[in-house]
Write a protein that binds this ligand. Structure first.
Ligand code: HEM
Length: 147
């Protein structure tokens, strides 16, 4: 091999190694809570089960005696989907408007939260994701309780 060729191929090798190694390792983008929950189908299944659990919970089921459960479930899916970074758009009224006049007590909110945890656990949602869902819902408490 001529020395020119050796130099050229050495330079090429060096350049390849350098550019290859100088690239900062790209961290995979963190998956949204929506994706980690399993997307809209998984959220819909959770909300169906939540509604069944709430219906069976004598601490709060009377509250929903006259509720439009089809609308409640559809809105709840959109709320959780949007709130977790999913592509949905919540189209219902804001939480204050929805719950004003109901005078929901702290204990009732706690009962609802228990039902959410029970439901997420049934679907094997890991503790980290459960914590994120509960933080999201906990942030709405002031808009829902004692209104
Ligand atoms: C994290 C807690 C809660 C969230 C995220 C939540 C969310 C919602 C949503 C999205 C709706 C549907 C709004 C619509 O149809 O326009 C709704 C309605 C309703 N919520 Fe809540 N809610 C929560 C807690 C509670 C609690 C603790 C109670 C009572 C114990 C309650 C009682 C109701 C009732 C009775 C309706 C009305 C349903 C109807 O008339 O059709 N909610 N809520």
């Amino acid at each position: 091999m001529s020395s020119i060729k050796i130099i050229a191929s050495s330079l090429f090798l060096a350049a390849t190694l350098l550019t290859g190694c100088s690239q900062t390792p790209t961290k995979p983008a963190a998956a949204s809570l929506y994706d980690r929950l399993g997307g809209k189908d998984a959220i819909t299944a959770v909300v169906d089960e939540l509604a069944a659990n709430v219906g069976a919970d004598s601490r709060i089921n009377q509250r929903f005696a006259k509720a439009n459960m089809k609308q409640f479930k559809a809105n709840m899916v959109d709320l959780l989907c949007q709130g977790s970074g999913g592509p949905c758009k919540y189209k219902g009224d804001d939480m204050v408007t929805v719950h004003t006049g109901m005078k929901i007590k702290d204990d009732e909110f706690g009962a609802m939260a228990e039902n959410v945890v029970k439901t997420l656990t049934k679907f094997n949602v890991p503790a980290k994701e459960q914590g994120e869902v509960m933080a999201m819902l906990g942030g709405m408490k002031g808009d829902i309780v004692n209104r």
